[in-house]
Design a protein around this ligand. Structure first.
Ligand SMILES: NC(=O)C1=CN([C@@H]2O[C@H](COP(=O)(O)OP(=O)(O)OC[C@H]3O[C@@H](n4cnc5c(N)ncnc54)[C@H](OP(=O)(O)O)[C@@H]3O)[C@@H](O)[C@H]2O)C=CC1
Ligand SMILES: O=C(O)CCC(=O)C(=O)O
Length: 496
């Protein structure tokens, strides 16, 4: 049965009822109006569960709850909020194997990395427990006698959090933890492909004291649940991670009612390999960056820009390392690369392999693999003899497909690396410190790596890009406060 309004008659309902996992609105578990089955991409015969889909009215209820509770939550002491976040972090760490296994089952991320992601989320909550207390203001010297002036950091209000499927624990964590730490209340919509991780996190939150409407979970698709959040007048800001197209529609929806927004979107990240590079490290980083997590990362390095002197040897080393990878179920402990997240993504990968075949030469892989689920597993595809203007080098694939672009020197490599609409991450492999420093300065990205893969980041350092990859304030670390707080300037006459 559909309970249209969260707080009307829904008392003490469980997180799971009538065979389905429920939404969490105003501190109550609420049954949905529709339901979806959540399927394991490593083996599509495995149904993880049935998940409630929130109606528009239920999303409105969630936004109203977040608004009503804001005045309470934002005025709690910093210690109160810190204790709750610390406890959430602790519980996530204690449950990291369980959460990581769920993530691997739901999204197809190899289990070792999935457990690592859960562990990282635990640390993120603990980090932001400290941030709740560290958030301070500033006192300035006044220009006038007997007057004090200063600036406080205050929470912006209820926020909408909309996340993609590829990091279903870490990305929600790095948005939800700072929101709550700085005093915002939350309406959270996870990607509909990964409701289980979102639901499991919400169960933890509800057991750690977030059960008055400070935190609300509304599952469902973007065009219903997502759009209702971004256009809700109660919502003061939206933090979004996902595709560039959806990011644009989130921004116009927010602008229409004056909400602030933060967008983390696509990437087409380069890894530059120069003649003097440590070839083993470079090849390993190229493979990790391009193909691990099935290439489903905005930080994936899908363009390998390699100078003439090392080009052929580099391709040889990459190919021999690719021979050693295991592509199989995410739940097997020795799997390096799991399946595509769903059949839509798999079809998209295949269509880009066709594009690559029409534009360039396939040096390795690209074949479909027979595993527990037909039509979900694919060999990484490495294209060579490509040029940067080819479609394969301009569009984000979000799959295990990468190409090598041959260049003659560092200046040409830098030019090609920057010649893209995106600007999230980049990497350079060289032993020359002068060139490394130059690349750090001139690479047009938000995150630049030297002798490291483009993917794999610390949770306390700022995250984000430039150009079409990002809009708005940086995420993560202390920089997260820029989005979730605003500055209130105060003056006080002390001259009595
Ligand atoms: N820069 C970064 O930090 C990162 C960027 N990404 C990017 O994310 C993309 C892949 O993730 P994917 O989930 O497919 O991205 P989408 O843009 O399709 O979806 C992202 C989220 O937005 C929701 N959504 C869809 N339509 C709307 C709408 N009209 N209004 C509000 N919300 C909406 C989706 O809901 P639903 O799916 O349920 O319909 C989902 O929760 C890639 O382009 C990738 O580069 C991924 C990770 C990190
Ligand atoms: O590796 C990370 O820190 C996550 C980055 C991310 O969100 C991505 O690559 O899609």
């Amino acid at each position: 049965m559909c309970s249209e309004h969260a707080n009307s008659g829904s008392t003490g309902m469980e997180s799971f009822s009538n065979g389905a996992y429920n939404n969490f609105i105003g501190g109550e578990w609420v049954e949905g109006c529709n339901y979806i089955e959540n399927i394991n991409p490593s083996n599509t015969n495995d149904v993880i569960g049935v998940y409630s889909q929130a109606s528009r009215d239920q999303v409105h209820d969630a936004c109203k709850s977040a608004e009503a509770e804001f005045s309470v939550w934002s005025r709690q002491t910093a210690q109160y909020r810190a204790n709750i976040l610390d406890e959430i972090g602790q519980r996530i760490l204690e449950k990291k194997e369980e959460l990581g296994t769920l993530l691997a089952r739901e999204e197809g991320k190899p289990i070792r990395e999935a457990i690592g992601e859960a562990e990282r989320a635990g640390h993120i909550f603990k980090f932001f427990a400290g941030e709740a207390i560290r958030l301070g203001g500033e006192v300035m010297s006044s220009l006038r006698t007997g007057i004090s002036v200063g600036a406080d950091r205050v929470p912006i209000g209820p926020v909408g959090i909309i996340t993609p499927w590829n990091f279903p624990i870490a990305i929600p964590a790095w948005k939800i933890a700072p929101s709550l730490a700085y005093g915002c209340t939350v309406v959270f919509k996870p990607a509909n492909l990964v409701p289980a991780c979102a639901h499991a996190l919400t169960e933890i939150f509800s057991k750690c004291g977030l059960n008055n409407g400070e935190f609300n979970l509304v599952m469902g698709n973007g065009s219903t649940v997502g759009e209702t959040i971004t256009s809700a007048r109660e919502i003061s800001g939206v933090s979004f991670t996902g595709s560039t197209d959806v990011g644009k529609s989130v921004s116009s929806s927010c602008v229409a009612h004056g909400a602030r927004f933060q967008l983390e979107m696509g990437g087409k990240n380069p890894i530059v390999v120069l003649d003097d590079a440590n070839i083993e490290r470079a090849a390993e980083a190229a493979i990790i960056g391009a193909f691990f997590q099935t290439g489903q990362r905005c930080t994936a390095s899908s363009r390998m820009i390699v100078t003439d002197g090392i080009h052929d040897k580099f391709i040889g080393v990459v190919k021999s390392k690719l021979d050693d990878l295991r592509i199989d179920s995410a739940l097997l402990h020795d799997t390096d690369i799991g399946p595509a997240v769903d059949s839509r993504q798999y079809q998209q990968d295949l269509s880009y392999i066709e594009v690559g075949l029409s534009e360039a030469k396939l040096a390795w892989g690209g074949k479909c693999l027979e595993r527990a689920t037909p039509d979900f597993y694919i060999e990484p595809a490495l294209f060579v003899e490509t040029s940067n203007e080819m479609k394969i080098n301009q569009e984000e694939v979000f799959g295990p497909i990468a190409s090598v672009i041959r260049v003659s020197n560092y200046e040409e490599a830098l030019h090609v690396a920057n010649d893209t609409p995106y600007g999230l991450a980049s990497s350079i492999f060289t032993e020359n410190a002068k060139i490394m420093n130059d690349f750090r300065r001139r690479s047009e990205v938000g995150m630049v790596m030297c002798n490291l893969p483009t993917a794999g980041l610390d949770y306390h350092a700022p995250f984000g890009g430039v150009k079409a990859s990002s809009y708005g304030a940086r995420e993560q670390g202390t920089y997260a406060r820029e989005f979730y707080t605003t500055v209130k300037t105060w003056y006080s006459y002390d001259g009595y």
